[in-house]
Write a protein that binds this ligand. Structure first.
Ligand code: ZN
Length: 200
């Protein structure tokens, strides 16, 4: 029985299913952190896309609230699908609203990505990358690996020239009347590099 399980695990490793694949093998960079492209998590195609002009001056942090936190990649993939369903099928938007999501499994999930305008912060969508923390972070913090996934994504965005070097980091509540990204997570991001202490 143990032998059988090891064989299954080996088969998964060999077939690549145990490791997230890089964003796109044809482009000249690969992510040096766990990353799942839309293909990897089974996204539906967008109804329409609008090009984001890069680099953007703002990074805006959200929490999903619902779906709640995910700690395994399967749970996080389900959360991604449920957010896309909710935004695309129920709200009638073109796609999942966020540019990226980070899961409690430490994986960065591609939403609209770097190149497409999101639908996450009214008035700022054309000037920002929106990153959602999957989960409800009103009274508790995301795990360290989830916080680090977001930090590494932002660093990579700066490195790739998609986010301005002198960007402003904001919580959603600073630009819209919302409690997002939750009190605990908002307090956390006020300690991060480039946090901008202003309200619209
Ligand atoms: Zn938000």
């Amino acid at each position: 029985m143990i032998f059988f399980e090891c064989f299954i695990l080996l088969a998964l490793v060999v077939s690549g299913q145990c490791f997230p694949k890089p964003y796109d093998e044809n482009v000249s960079y690969a992510y040096d952190f766990p990353y799942m492209s839309r293909n990897d998590w089974g996204a539906r195609p967008p109804v329409n896309t609008v090009s984001l002009s890069l680099p953007v001056p703002y990074v805006i942090i959200h929490h999903s609230y619902i779906p709640g936190p995910c700690s395994t990649t399967n749970q996080c993939i389900n959360a991604m699908r449920s957010m896309q369903n909710s935004h695309q099928l129920h709200q009638g938007w073109d796609d999942i609203g966020y540019n990226f999501a980070v899961g409690g499994d430490g994986v960065v999930y591609e939403g609209r990505g770097w190149n497409n305008v999101g639908a996450h912060a009214l008035g700022y969508n054309f000037d920002s990358i929106g990153i959602v923390f999957i989960g409800d972070f009103v009274s508790r913090l995301p795990p360290e690996i989830q916080l680090n996934a977001a930090k590494r994504l932002i660093e990579k965005g700066v490195e790739l020239g998609h986010i301005s070097r002198d960007y402003y980091l904001l919580g959603h509540r600073q630009v819209t009347a919302t409690e997002c990204p939750g009190n605990a997570l908002f307090r956390e991001i006020t300690t991060w590099d480039r946090f901008a202490n202003y309200n619209m």
